[in-house]
Design a protein around this ligand. Structure first.
Ligand SMILES: NC(=O)c1ccc[n+]([C@@H]2O[C@H](COP(=O)([O-])OP(=O)(O)OC[C@H]3O[C@@H](n4cnc5c(N)ncnc54)[C@H](O)[C@@H]3O)[C@@H](O)[C@H]2O)c1
Length: 347
């Protein structure tokens, strides 16, 4: 059976937009109808392509088209809320790049708009469509790591320095989304420090700590001013530990059968009186590398968006997920403005 046709308009065709367009165009039944960008130089090649794609310098023109069912937004973060709201108001399904919005109230009202319109609202938290992150999640959910104590992530690079958002809002949406997904929990409070060196008031580096219920913790180190490109997430559990290295070609996820066991020093467990009755014994076992095939995560993300439009299912990274990420980034930003004071979400 032929897949139902879905007409797509894309808004924003800068660095990331062409990647989205390429992946969407490869999905059966998807027709790229139009692309809007305020910079006409970005659009020239599209109208000359085969097949030619209609272009506009004002996104409202593409929203007005009746052959557009869904809109994909890849513009700077501070424009997401306005464009996504207009697209939902025009009854279109929306895939918006991360972050969903730069203000919590905007993210919340986008979720309400999508509910009222009965349209799919999905956020481009690409890493949740990454087979390595899924593998890490299944290791945690299967109990292979035991109780997860803490997670830390490093997303470091030299460049792409932005002017519209700081490094926190540019890179941390990925890591916050990954942490929420892995722990399946929401932090009670967030503390963060940020430092600006290259431009006034635009933080180049951020250190974020999230306190979760059950004494779980997550720490993020984010920077576009670092000598090395690093994209790693480490999960420390009571039974095993795991490292996800997005840049590794042959060992994206490594499991370490390592830890510290509490071994009784008295015969019967009933005799335990205090901590002194235990000995802490280091355990250093096998290191294993699960075999993984990692299809392009952006292709998986685009397919998921189209599948949800066709099935009516809620996306994994729906508006509610995007809102939770924005709430945490907002708390981190407020903590940074107060030199690291712990901020309760919603405070
Ligand atoms: N998921 C990922 O891994 C990933 C990676 C890179 C970027 N992104 C996201 O993609 C978005 C775009 O990032 P980028 O690096 O491509 O930025 P960019 O600055 O290179 O491109 C943005 C484009 O949007 C256009 N634009 C700006 N305002 C507009 C408006 N009101 N209407 C129409 N067009 C407008 C600009 O002219 C530009 O061509 C950001 O939200 C970013 O967070 C996501």
């Amino acid at each position: 059976m032929e897949a139902a046709r879905i007409g797509i308009a894309q808004v924003g065709f800068g660095y990331w937009g062409p990647n989205l367009l390429r992946n969407l165009a490869g999905i059966a039944g998807v027709e790229i109808v139009a692309v809007a960008d305020t910079n006409p130089r970005r659009l020239g090649e599209l109208s000359r392509g085969q097949p030619p794609i209609a272009t506009a310098d004002d996104y409202r023109h593409v929203l007005a088209r009746s052959d557009v069912d869904a809109v994909v937004i890849a513009t700077p973060a501070d424009t997401h809320a306005e464009i996504a709201a207009a697209a939902l108001a025009a009854n279109k399904h929306v895939l918006v790049e991360k972050p969903l919005a730069t203000r919590v109230e905007d993210a919340r009202s986008l979720c309400a708009l999508a509910e009222r319109a009965g349209r799919v609202l999905m956020v481009g938290h690409t890493f949740l469509y990454n087979a390595a992150v899924r593998c890490l999640k299944s290791q945690i959910d299967s109990g292979a790591l035991g109780d997860v104590y803490y997670v830390y992530a490093q997303r470091l690079n030299l460049g792409r320095v932005r002017r519209d958002v700081n490094a926190l809002w540019n890179f941390a949406p990925h890591d916050v989304a990954i942490v929420l997904y892995l722990l399946d929990a929401f932090p009670r409070e967030v503390s963060a420090r940020g430092f600006a060196y290259l431009q006034p008031d635009v933080d180049d580096v951020a250190f974020v700590t999230m306190d979760f219920p059950n004494r779980q913790a997550a720490h993020l180190h984010i920077s576009w001013l670092d000598p090395r490109k690093v994209r790693q997430t480490t999960v420390v559990g009571s039974r095993r530990m795991a490292v996800y290295d997005d840049l590794s070609s042959d060992a994206r996820v490594v499991l370490y059968d390592r830890g510290v066991d509490r071994v009784p020093t008295v015969d019967s467990p009933r005799d335990f009186n205090d901590f002194g009755d235990f000995q802490l014994r280091l355990r250093s076992g096998d290191i294993t590398v699960p075999a993984l095939t990692v299809p392009e995560p952006l292709r998986e993300e685009c397919r998921h968006f189209i599948d949800c439009i066709r099935s009516g299912d809620r996306p994994l990274t729906d508006g509610a997920h995007g809102l939770r990420v924005v709430e945490i980034l907002d708390a981190a930003q407020r903590s940074m403005q107060q030199h690291g004071r712990a901020v309760r979400i919603g405070e």
